[in-house]
Design a protein around this ligand. Structure first.
Ligand SMILES: *Cc1c(COP(=O)(O)O)cnc(C)c1O
Length: 349
């Protein structure tokens, strides 16, 4: 890593100056059970959720820190990882002035957030084998390029990027590198969290929405240096992760065996589905996948998509995405769901 990395040169001036809102629960946490709390204008009659939630989600973070091998101060939890991504934009990107770099075809939310925050989005297409074009990324980056978004395993292509490509970007890009690991639990690749000590410009996001089976509670996790987390904590809404979400996340984190069992079933189903798809004449290409979905190229994606829809099966048509002409993205379901899909596909000619 370049020795000159200084987070204070990346943060927006107004954010650097900002004094964070101090909530009642910032000052005294509800975990001190023997105290009388008359500070937050709550209804005192206990029903499990009458009190404001812990603004720093300490219990969830302590468990995550143990499991992920990092410190509680290197984490920010958000209302989905989408909230964490939005906070990163707002902390580091000056509207109308700064730029970010994204690598299509990829997750659509980075572009939406760039537009929402009035930040120019410089797009550098992946190469034909769906890898980052390192040279081109570094060529178009300039002093205003604050963020680079790397989604690995990538949505919608499904592949993990080569470690040496990501390492080259972490080493040579002078802004923050956000690695979105929403699908990390479906690969045998290690998370980049373990590289945070080596790269002060690294931010990793993960989510409970996919492998952890909790899309409905909205919980995303951002891992970064303490310096970055301190800045994000300053601007996050005080009670951004509600009590029910924190409780449900804790339950699931204490039940990782279940998560692992389900992931293993999904992986076995993924292999079975790939094998079956190979026998279909209108399927051209099945791209390698490290995620809980498969991207395939077919003869006519929009036609196949509509035919499945008529049979009550909803998949994702990705044909309008760059490099993805005539592709469909299929999420791995239960064995029963996958069999329904296969039966329907076999009826198409
Ligand atoms: C599904 C997905 C997410 C999840 O976002 P949440 O807001 O945590 O549900 C993040 N990134 C990518 C690439 C995804 O596909």
């Amino acid at each position: 890593m370049t020795k000159s990395f200084d987070i204070n040169s990346l943060v927006r001036a107004n954010i650097a100056k900002l004094k964070a809102y101090s909530s009642a629960r910032d000052e005294y946490s509800a975990s001190c059970n023997d105290m009388v709390f008359l500070d937050a204008n709550e209804n005192p009659f206990n029903n499990g959720v009458n009190r404001y939630p812990d603004p720093y989600q300490r219990k969830v973070k302590e468990l995550l820190a143990e499991q992920k091998g990092c410190s509680v101060n290197q984490m920010l939890l958000g209302n989905g990882s989408d909230e964490a991504l939005d906070l990163i934009f707002r902390a580091f990107c000056e509207p109308g002035k700064d730029t970010v770099i994204t690598l299509p075809p990829t997750y659509g939310m980075y572009k939406v957030l760039a537009d929402l925050n009035e930040i120019e989005n410089r797009e550098v297409l992946l190469t034909k084998d769906f890898e980052p074009n390192v040279e081109e990324i570094l060529r178009i980056a300039d002093a205003h390029s604050k963020l680079l978004f790397i989604c690995s395993p990538n949505n919608p292509t499904g592949n993990s990027f080569k470690a040496e490509k990501i390492r080259a970007l972490l080493t040579n890009f002078s802004g923050l590198v956000v690695i979105d690991e929403a699908y990390i639990d479906f690969t045998s690749n290690h998370s980049w969290i373990s590289e945070m000590q080596n790269f002060p410009n690294l931010i990793v996001t993960q989510t409970m929405s996919k492998a952890y089976a909790l899309a409905g509670i909205r919980l995303g996790i951002c891992y970064a240096s303490e310096d970055v987390i301190t800045i994000l904590n300053k601007i996050k809404p005080p009670y951004n992760v509600n009590e029910l979400t924190q409780k449900r996340a804790l339950d699931q984190l204490q039940n990782l065996n279940l998560v692992e069992r389900q992931v293993n079933i999904i992986l076995a189903e993924r292999e079975a589905l790939i094998e079956a798809l190979q026998t279909l004449s209108f399927v051209d290409t099945i791209y390698p996948t490290d995620a809980n979905f498969i991207l395939i190229k077919v003869d006519n994606a929009t036609q196949r998509y509509n035919e499945l829809l008529e049979k009550g099966i909803v998949i994702r048509n990705r044909t309008t995405q760059p490099l993805c002409e005539n592709t469909l993205r299929i999420t791995i379901g239960t064995k029963e769901e996958n069999n329904i899909l296969l039966t329907a596909l076999k009826q198409l000619t």
